[in-house]
Design a protein around this ligand. Structure first.
Ligand code: ADP
Length: 221
């Protein structure tokens, strides 16, 4: 579907209206493709068939990369980074963590239709790194704060009904974060904005036998 609709879009001999329809077909084919990919990924994650790499990951650089890749469709959204210096690395799958943060940023943009700042924060809290994605958008009612992480769950409100989505993004995010033995949750003041939180543990590296028995934190490689 995608291939042929793209060919039709490029054909100069076709009427503008026909090309416009071909563009709509192509857009919808892409959406369907993303949805099928998300469903398959979610199934694989749920049954533990999706391999999670275990490599040192600098979450600060994950946030910077997502912010750099962000191309606002309008000038009303802008991203600010607040990354604490010298964050210890965590162990995990960088690509999958980028996917999670990108999804949270996409949501922050989508559910702030009037624009506003989006802030990405990473800081150390005890034995973990705490990441936050904050927006000043529509917010999430208290009754939905838990359920939005369920498959297909979407907030059923007048303000969000027109905003496109499948309700799969946050369930994929939760599977990925839990596969990293982390936690993800939402906090919100409806009408004032939302903050999505992720906490990921800093790995303990065993001391060499000769020194004290207590563990130390991973150094930056
Ligand atoms: P989708 O955005 O495709 O519907 P998600 O699983 O990413 O699916 O999100 C589930 C629901 O959670 C959304 O439909 C929306 O109602 C709500 N939501 C997620 N992030 C935000 C946010 N930053 N602000 C307001 N609502 C949000």
């Amino acid at each position: 579907i995608l291939g042929y609709s793209e060919v039709l879009q490029e054909r100069p001999d076709l009427a503008d209206r026909t090309q416009e329809f071909a563009g709509i077909i192509a857009d919808n084919a892409r959406r369907l493709n993303r949805m099928v990919d998300d469903l398959l990924d979610l199934d694989r994650l749920e049954v533990g068939q999706e391999p999670i790499r275990r490599q040192p990951v600098d979450l600060g650089s994950v946030l910077s990369e997502v912010a750099t890749a962000f191309h606002p469709s309008d000038a009303t959204h802008h991203i600010t980074l607040e990354i604490a210096p010298d964050l210890p690395y965590i162990t995990g799958d960088r690509d999958k963590l980028i996917r999670v943060v990108s999804n949270l940023v996409d949501n922050a943009v989508k559910y702030s239709p009037d624009g506003g700042p989006i802030t990405l924060v990473a800081q150390r809290e005890g034995d973990a790194i705490h990441v936050e994605v904050r927006d000043q958008g529509l917010g999430i009612p208290a009754s939905d704060l838990e359920t939005i992480f369920d498959r297909y769950a979407r907030v059923d409100a007048e303000s969000t009904r027109r905003i496109r989505g499948t309700g799969l993004g946050l369930s994929i995010a939760r599977e990925i974060i839990e596969a990293h033995t982390g936690r993800i949750w939402a906090e919100s003041e409806p009408g004032a904005g939302s903050t999505l939180h992720i906490v990921l543990p800093i790995p303990v590296i065993a001391e060499p036998r000769s020194s004290s028995a207590t563990g130390t934190r991973s150094p930056r490689p």
